[in-house]
Ligand binder design. Structure first.
Ligand SMILES: [Zn+2]
Length: 154
């Protein structure tokens, strides 16, 4: 009946975590037309990087147990025909998928960085490009640190 303790499954750390215990495996809310909101614990997760849209979720990590999440904040304007919808999604990333997700995020940030470096070299959006380059280099460093941490585990 009762679960035998002492197995030491790292991937189950979130079950007993004071933050992650309040965050479901996957939850989606709509901000404009409903009162639903993501659990406040989501704000306590540390942001690592990623733009936070459907194709490139923002990677977040729990400061207590190290569980990873993908966070999406996306506005659908309905092509300007209505108020649109604003959705937020948080989804727990299983330990087997972490490395794949981190590497995908790394590729997205790296290609975005390249885009802004190109813009800067052509003299386009110079101020914005400079700011984005600094931000994205910082994100890359964080992602690389997480990838190293994950690779050392296996
Ligand atoms: Zn946690």
């Amino acid at each position: 009946m009762s679960k035998v303790d002492g197995g030491g499954y790292m991937s189950d750390a979130y079950l007993t975590c004071s933050l992650c215990g309040k965050i479901p495996d996957l939850v989606k809310v709509e901000l404009l037309h409903s009162e639903e909101r993501l659990p406040p614990e989501v704000d306590s997760l540390r942001c690592i990087g990623g733009s936070g849209n459907c194709s490139s979720p923002q990677i977040r990590v729990c400061p207590e147990c190290g569980t990873y999440y993908g966070f999406i904040h996306e506005h659908d304007s309905e092509a300007g025909m209505g108020e649109g919808y604003t959705e937020e999604i948080i989804s727990r990333i299983t330990s087997e998928r972490v490395l794949t997700v981190l590497e995908a995020a790394r590729r997205d940030i790296a290609s975005s960085l390249k885009y802004w470096e190109q813009a800067l070299s052509e003299g386009n959006y110079v101020d914005h490009a400079r700011k984005m380059i600094v931000e994205e280099q910082a994100e890359l460093e964080q992602i690389d640190a997480e990838i190293t941490r994950q690779s050392e585990k296996t």
